[in-house]
Write a protein that binds this ligand. Structure first.
Ligand SMILES: Cc1cc2nc3c(=O)[nH]c(=O)nc-3n(C[C@H](O)[C@H](O)[C@H](O)COP(=O)(O)OP(=O)(O)OC[C@H]3O[C@@H](n4cnc5c(N)ncnc54)[C@H](O)[C@@H]3O)c2cc1C
Length: 494
């Protein structure tokens, strides 16, 4: 009889675990609390429009990478996938000027030097290191702790230039990177896209993913990609139970035996993979004694382990909108709780015709939020929360019109959502939609994908490795199954 694996959570991590479990010859059942699977990788419809709320770039779209193999195995993309015709990473408007990180690095270098000749040396250095980072790809054949000497040699070759990037940008954050430049425009360009506490190499690597063609945006959007993965799982014989929230993990004699649903139903299995946010795993599903010390410390020290989340709005417009892709711009300060924000972003979704009726375009704004902002949203009563969202949506609309006058009278609000939305919908810790922010000098959490003192339980999901995101989620599902195979002394090459 086939061994049965039960997976908690039907996000990309859980779905990937399910597909790899089936591929390895196990039975797989996924239990997902929401009415649809996908977790954070989804979109939803409002007023004839689709709000795509995940993929800004999908690392692993280069066919020659092992990450592409994972995406292909789980049915996310294949040789025929069509991608958006993205030409830039983002644009920053600051002090009446603008600068862009183009997909074409030569163009970026030329234009940045023209805009900020006083920073030519630093600009050239930055571009050179983006080129170094282009060749570096995420090693996802197997978990690091299973790698053998041959795997390390192979990884060393593919990451040959990474030490140069780490040496130059691995020990400073984006604030410090910005300080190396004299031009206020360059400072804003490099500081404002990600949380400024992020290590500078994160920006370099993210941009390199795009310039190297390994970070495209599949047409059809995040939900369509998730649906392809679900279809693959079901076609392979997997069972996906939606509207099936899990209450806890059944543990007997230090062994995970199954799960108990909120309905009271118990489901037993040979192996359990938890693919929910780790704050739920350690904070709710298991006795506190199983929480690893470094995780417990991270949850207590938000200043060292901040999350990244957002206050977002979506509008539809019938105006000829002049902002391309993503634009960051200075704005009249917006107050959210104890903090004031004088910069916001707008993303233009016109690159995909299926997101809005002809002649219309969906625009999304984002104000970056973190733990303290989450706590503010959480402190509001239901009425206050609703009112604050509406008030801020109006403020976003007004600021968009100030920056892009063509939008005057031509913006219709579709929806707005907050860090608390991510917590409610996915159980996301403090609303975080990536893993903990990678800060220089702060130890990364080292997750081995298992829980000390507990047998038959494995961890998948983006939180197992910084910086999180879709690639980590997808790889973590495969890794969890490889750990089971290793325990059974079977080949981990799946
Ligand atoms: C606005 C936004 C933009 C993003 N942009 C990008 C991007 O451009 N590139 C990129 O790589 N990543 C991006 N991400 C991040 C990416 O979406 C996530 O890293 C990834 O989807 C996380 O997958 P996961 O499976 O680890 O977790 P989740 O998606 O959170 O999945 C966990 C699942 O567990 C379920 N669950 C929770 N509690 C229970 C319970 N009690 N019982 C059963 N099920 C439960 C949840 O409903 C959810 O479906 C973005 C995210 C957001 C929100």
């Amino acid at each position: 009889m086939k061994k049965k694996i039960v997976i908690i959570g039907g996000g990309i991590g859980g779905l990937s675990a399910g597909i790899y479990a089936l591929k390895a010859g196990y039975e797989a059942e996924i239990y997902e609390k929401n009415h649809i699977a996908g977790g954070e990788c989804i979109g939803w419809n409002r007023k004839d429009c689709h709000i795509d709320n995940c993929i800004h770039w999908l690392t692993g779209t280069n066919k020659n990478t092992s990450l592409w193999q994972i995406w292909n195995t789980i049915g996310a993309i294949d040789e025929n996938t069509r991608y958006a015709d993205t030409v830039k990473f983002y644009t920053c408007r600051h002090g009446g000027k603008e600068a862009t990180l183009w997909k074409d690095l030569n163009r970026t270098e030329k234009e940045l030097i023209e805009a900020a000749p006083e920073d030519e040396a630093e600009i050239r250095k930055f571009i050179q290191h983006v080129r170094y980072a282009e060749a570096c790809v995420m090693p996802v054949e197997k978990p690091m702790d299973m790698m053998k000497i041959g795997d390390y040699i192979k990884m060393g070759k593919s990451m040959a230039n990474m030490p140069k990037v780490m040496k130059e940008y691995g020990k400073i954050d984006l604030n410090q990177l910005a300080e190396r430049f004299r031009s206020p425009l360059m400072k804003a360009l490099l500081r404002d896209y990600m949380p400024a506490e992020y290590t500078a190499y994160s920006l370099v690597v993210s941009y390199a993913t795009m310039t190297s063609g390994n970070g495209e945006v599949p047409l059809g959007g995040s939900l369509a990609m998730t649906n392809r993965i679900i279809e693959r799982f079901r076609n392979m014989g997997g069972k996906l139970f939606t509207n099936a929230p899990v209450r806890n993990i059944i543990v007997e004699n230090s062994t995970a035996k199954g799960i108990e649903l909120e309905s009271g139903e118990k489901v037993y299995a040979d192996e359990i993979i938890s693919a929910v946010d780790t704050s739920l795993l350690f904070g709710r599903f298991l006795d506190k004694k199983y929480t690893p010390k470094d995780w417990a410390a991270a949850y207590e020290r938000s200043a060292d382990y901040p999350v990244i989340t957002g206050f977002q709005t979506a509008f539809v417009t019938d105006a000829e909108f002049s902002g391309q892709d993503t634009v960051f711009f200075d704005c009249e300060p917006v107050r959210i709780g104890s903090r004031s924000f004088d910069m916001m972003s707008v993303k233009n979704y016109s690159y995909d015709k299926c997101f809005a009726p002809e002649g219309k375009t969906v625009l999304q704004t984002n104000i970056a939020q973190s733990d303290v902002d989450y706590l503010y949203w959480k402190s509001l009563s239901k009425e206050e929360y609703k009112a604050k969202k509406q008030e801020l949506a109006a403020e976003m609309s007004a600021r968009l019109v100030t920056e892009f006058p063509e939008l005057e009278g031509r913006l219709e609000l579709l929806d707005c959502w907050t860090p608390v939305t991510y917590e409610r919908y996915c159980g996301a810790y403090h609303g975080g939609y990536m893993a903990f922010v990678t800060k220089p000098g702060v130890n990364k959490i080292d997750c081995k994908g298992t829980v000390k003192g507990l047998k038959n339980l494995y961890i998948a999901g983006q939180w197992i490795m910084s910086p999180g995101g879709l690639p980590v989620a997808a790889a973590s599902g495969k890794f969890a199954v490889q750990r089971i195979l290793k325990k059974e002394k079977r080949s981990v090459d799946i």
